[in-house]
Design a binder for this molecule. Structure first.
Ligand code: FE2
Length: 400
């Protein structure tokens, strides 16, 4: 009975999503992307920028050339770098206060998903100062324009520059949840591979594996469209091809540019077609133990894909046919297994563990119920799982 309700709920959202304005940000990509951004911004009237960034950006001085050029063009810039790895409600509030005190009229977010999500959260707070974040949890509840937002990712993974979602953490309850609304889509995405070069190999891998999870969950879910399937396939192809290249040659800018495109495309795919249980579980591990999002996804992905069993053989075989050579005479079952094995191979290549060191047996019930609450009924997953399924999955993630 529950399953029928979940599927009906998802059908309603699928219908609603056909009516939403699925805009795309202006995308500047390649090594000239930052100059193109500046040319774009000087034509606009906004001049007071809240520059939201990870503290590591300041440490590496990645922001300096951009900020200097904007200063020279007459922009007032207030740097806000007091954000947490998974943006907390307190840091969002702090950022929103700074935005108002400095009379800002736009934001530039530079960094990983946390910086971009924090800026989106600040935007939500500015647009809806009186509504609590927990009341806007879920889909299309902001419903009010946020300040003009430019996203400059320095990882190739979260795809936040392409999505209508922000993921925030309630530092009091340790709950991590998403707020999704088309108003949160950045107006401009700058994909400059030079910004990702300083990212160490392990983080390059975990963030890319986050993007891979977006593409895979978007493809195997039931709310995909022809367009999201194409975007997901392209992202998977690019990650399979270029992640190993970058792990071998971290300074290969061409490969890094392709990985940024993959992350962007995967972001496009999942913001329309949703994610699934892999993300729901990863969010609980991030919220409870601060396991970095990409790492959590990378560990959980092969476990959940294997648990889905027959329900994903067809879509996984379709992906395998699109991305692997010599698949003509292979059965769907073989190809589906080949895809999961390839993901495990990438995990090994990137030194991703197969278990979650911080996970405690006594937390499993709480985490499983949280993951279930996030995924059901919203996520159009290929197979509805129940509490005992989630408990089994968490148990298999315990260090043996
Ligand atoms: Fe993700």
């Amino acid at each position: 009975m529950k399953e029928i309700y979940y599927r009906m709920y998802q059908s309603v959202f699928r219908l609603i999503s056909y009516l939403l304005p699925w805009k795309e940000p202006i995308v500047y990509s390649g090594e000239e992307a930052t100059h193109q951004l500046i040319d774009h911004l000087v034509k606009r009237s906004n001049r007071r920028v809240l520059f939201v960034c990870d503290p590591t950006i300041i440490k590496l001085q990645l922001h300096q050339p951009l900020l200097k050029q904007l200063n020279d063009k007459g922009f007032h810039i207030e740097v806000f770098d007091r954000l947490q790895p998974n943006p907390t409600l307190a840091s969002i509030e702090d950022g929103a206060n700074t935005f108002q005190q400095e009379n800002c009229d736009m934001m530039i977010a530079m960094g990983g998903g946390s910086a971009i999500d924090c800026a989106k959260g600040i935007g939500v707070k500015i647009a809806r100062p009186k509504t609590t974040f927990s009341n806007m949890k879920g889909v299309i509840k902001v419903l009010k324009k946020i300040p003009y937002l430019v996203a400059i990712p320095t990882t190739a993974g979260t795809g936040s520059e392409a999505t209508i979602a922000t993921v925030v953490t309630d530092e009091v309850t340790h709950e991590k949840y998403a707020i999704s609304d088309p108003v949160l889509l950045p107006k401009v995405a700058v994909l400059n591979p030079q910004y990702t070069v300083s990212l160490p190999p392990f983080f390059t891998a975990t963030t890319a594996l986050d993007a891979l999870t977006h593409a895979i969950e978007a493809y195997i879910g039931r709310s995909n469209t022809q367009k999201t399937k194409e975007e997901a396939i392209l992202a998977i192809q690019l990650i399979f091809e270029y992640l190993p290249v970058i792990l071998e040659h971290p300074n290969d800018l061409k490969a890094r540019e392709q990985l940024q495109i993959a992350a962007y495309k995967a972001g496009r795919a999942f913001t329309r077609a949703y994610v699934g249980y892999i993300h729901a579980i990863a969010h609980t591990l991030g919220g409870q133990y601060s396991v970095p999002h990409g790492l959590a996804n990378a560990i959980v992905m092969p476990v959940v894909l294997s648990y889905y069993g027959d329900s994903i053989v067809q879509p996984c075989a379709d992906i395998a046919r699109a991305v692997f050579k010599g698949t003509a005479n292979q059965s769907d079952e073989t190809l589906s297994q080949q895809l999961i094995r390839h993901i495990q191979y990438l995990n090994q290549l990137a030194d991703i563990p197969t278990t979650v060191a911080q996970l405690h047996c006594e937390d499993i019930d709480l985490l499983a119920s949280r993951a279930l609450k996030e995924a059901n009924p919203l996520y159009p997953v290929p197979k509805i799982l129940h509490l005992n399924d989630l408990q089994n999955i968490y148990s298999s993630l315990l260090v043996k």
